[in-house]
Design a protein around this ligand. Structure first.
Ligand SMILES: Cc1ncc(COP(=O)(O)O)c(C=O)c1O
Length: 392
C-alpha cells in the first residue's frame, strides 16, 4: 500500500506536478506571513478584502453567541435555521430572482445543480475553460456533454443545430473564467439559448460582488434581466470573504433542487457564523460601492503598469490576470523566485490548466496598497527578465 503512494508521489515529482501546502500564519489580507516571511499576497480571491473585515467578523461572532457553532444536521433533517432563510431571501433580492438556495460550496452547488437537472437523454454544452466543478457536474449527470471551444459562439451554434433529438438542453458557462480572467459572451449565449430552446446556467464565482454596477454579477454587467438566465450560481468564499455558495432562480427550480440535489440533501448545513458573515458581506457590497471602485482602480493601475513593463497579451478582462509561463518546472521556479523576493503567486499547472498554459495566476484585491502593487510589479519585472526574456 505505502509503495503505491510513494510511487505515485514520485511520479508527480518527476513531471513537476507535485504540490505542497504552504502555511499562512494569521488571517487573510493583502500581505500575509508565510513560513515566517511577510509576503504580498497576489493570488487570493478575497477580492474586496472582506475575509478579515471587522464588520464581517463582528457579524460572525454575534451569530455564534446567539445561535451556537453548528447547524446540527442537513436542513431537511433538523430544519432550516433563521439565518439560512435570511441569507436566501437576501440573495434572491440581490440577484432579482424569486428564490435562492444555499449550498456548502461552489463545488457542491455546481455538481448538485447539474446532476439534479441533467439526465441521460439530455445534452449539456460546456465551454472548454469552465471550472472543474462544472466538468465534474456534467460527468456526474450522465448527460451527453459537448465541450465547445472557448467562447466560440459559431461552434456553439453548430452544436446546438445538431441537438434536436435530446430531451433537455443546457448551455453552461463561467461568467468570469477562473484562470484566464476573461468574460463569457453572456448576451450571445442567452440569444442562442432562446433560439434553440436551451436552459442557461452561469457560474459567477468570480463575478459576484465584483461585476455589474451594483456587484450583482455578469448578468448585471451585460444588462440582462434575471429571468433571461435560468440558473445563476455564485459563491460566498471569494469577493464575499465568507464561505459557501448559492443558486438563484425561480421558485420551482429552487423547490426542485431541495428535493433532488444530493449535495444539498445529504450534507450538514452551513453553520451560523458563516451565514452571518455572508449576510454582512452582502450588506457591505450594497452599502459600500467604494470597495469595488478601489478594486477596479487597483486592477487598472496594475494592468497598465504590467503593459509598460512589456507583459503583453494577458487577455484579462477582470481582476484575474494570467501570466503564461508555459512550462511546469519553470512556473514553479518563477513562483519560488517571486516568493523569495516577498511576493506570493502560486504557479498553476495541469490539470488546473492545460499543458503549455502553465501560469502565474495573479489576482488583485481592493486592499492592496499602491506600495504593495509597485513592489509586486518590480518583482514581476525581475522574474520576467530571468524566466521569460532570457534566452541562453
Ligand atoms: C468558476 C468557479 N466555480 C466554482 C468554484 C468552486 O467554488 P468553491 O470554492 O466555493 O467550492 C470555483 C473556485 O473555487 C470557481 O473558480
Amino acid at each position: 500500500m505505502s509503495n503505491f503512494f510513494r510511487n505515485e508521489l514520485q511520479n508527480l515529482k518527476n513531471i513537476d506536478l507535485y504540490r505542497k501546502l504552504r502555511l499562512v500564519e494569521g488571517g487573510q489580507g493583502s500581505c500575509v506571513s508565510m513560513n515566517g516571511k511577510k509576503v504580498i499576497l497576489l493570488c487570493s480571491n478575497n477580492y474586496l478584502g472582506l475575509a478579515n473585515h471587522p464588520s464581517v467578523k463582528k457579524a460572525a461572532n454575534k451569530a455564534i453567541k446567539e445561535f451556537g457553532c453548528g447547524s446540527g444536521a442537513s436542513r431537511l433533517i433538523s430544519g432550516t435555521m433563521t439565518l439560512h432563510s435570511e441569507l436566501e431571501k437576501k440573495i434572491a433580492h440581490f440577484k432579482n430572482t424569486n428564490s435562492a438556495l444555499i449550498f456548502n460550496s461552489g463545488y457542491h452547488a455546481n455538481i448538485g445543480m447539474l446532476s439534479a437537472l441533467m439526465k441521460k437523454k439530455d445534452i449539456v454544452f460546456c465551454d472548454e475553460l469552465n471550472h472543474a466543478s462544472i466538468i465534474d457536474g456534467c460527468r456526474l449527470s450522465g448527460a451527453e456533454t459537448t465541450i465547445y471551444p472557448h467562447k466560440n459562439m459559431d461552434a456553439l451554434e453548430r452544436h446546438l443545430k445538431k441537438s434536436n433529438g435530446y430531451k433537455k438542453k443546457l448551455i453552461v458557462t463561467d461568467g468570469v473564467f477562473s484562470m484566464d480572467g476573461d468574460i463569457a459572451p453572456l448576451a450571445d449565449i442567452v440569444f442562442l439559448a432562446k433560439k434553440y430552446s436551451a436552459f442557461t446556467m452561469v457560474d459567477d464565482a468570480h463575478a459576484t460582488g465584483v461585476f455589474g454596477k451594483k456587484g450583482k454579477g455578469t448578468a448585471e454587467h451585460f444588462n440582462l434581466s434575471s429571468n433571461e438566465i435560468d440558473i445563476q450560481m455564485g459563491t460566498f468564499g471569494k469577493a464575499l470573504g465568507s464561505f459557501g455558495a448559492y443558486i438563484a432562480g425561480n421558485n420551482e427550480l429552487i423547490d426542485y433542487l431541495i428535493n433532488r440535489a444530493r449535495p444539498f440533501i445529504y450534507t450538514t448545513a452551513l453553520p451560523p457564523a458563516v451565514l452571518a458573515a455572508s449576510l454582512a458581506a452582502i450588506e457591505m457590497i450594497q452599502s459600500k460601492p467604494d470597495l469595488r471602485k478601489k478594486l477596479w482602480e487597483n486592477v487598472d493601475y496594475f494592468k497598465k503598469e504590467l503593459q509598460k513593463k512589456g507583459f503583453k497579451n494577458f487577455g484579462s478582462q477582470s481582476q484575474i490576470i494570467p501570466i503564461i509561463i508555459g512550462n511546469s518546472k519553470k512556473v514553479v521556479m518563477a513562483s519560488e523566485y517571486l516568493f523569495n523576493k516577498g511576493v506570493f503567486v502560486a504557479g498553476i499547472r495541469p490539470p488546473a490548466v492545460s499543458r503549455k498554459k502553465e501560469m502565474l495566476r495573479i489576482t488583485i484585491i481592493s486592499s492592496h496598497t499602491r506600495k504593495d502593487l509597485d513592489y509586486a510589479l518590480d518583482a514581476l519585472l525581475k522574474m520576467k527578465e530571468k524566466f521569460l526574456d532570457y534566452r541562453p
